[in-house]
Design a protein around this ligand. Structure first.
Ligand code: SF4
Length: 52
């Protein structure tokens, strides 16, 4: 898998993670939220996450 140097990511449990480095291997990702009114970074989620 080629890493995408435009998408940094530290979620090693995701199957799209580059493993050897903290990057995503997808061409693009979708970022969403689980909150009605997101106010801090913890309110956002990578919707492209897939568990290894
Ligand atoms: S899909 Fe999202 S969570 Fe998974 S490696 Fe890419 S950026 Fe990280």
């Amino acid at each position: 898998m080629d890493m995408n140097k435009s998408i940094k990511c530290m979620v090693e449990s995701c199957q799209h993670h580059a493993n050897a480095a903290n990057y995503c291997c997808l061409d693009c990702i979708t970022v969403g939220t689980h909150e009605c009114n997101p106010s801090v970074d913890q309110c956002t989620d990578c919707m492209s996450f897939k568990k290894k």
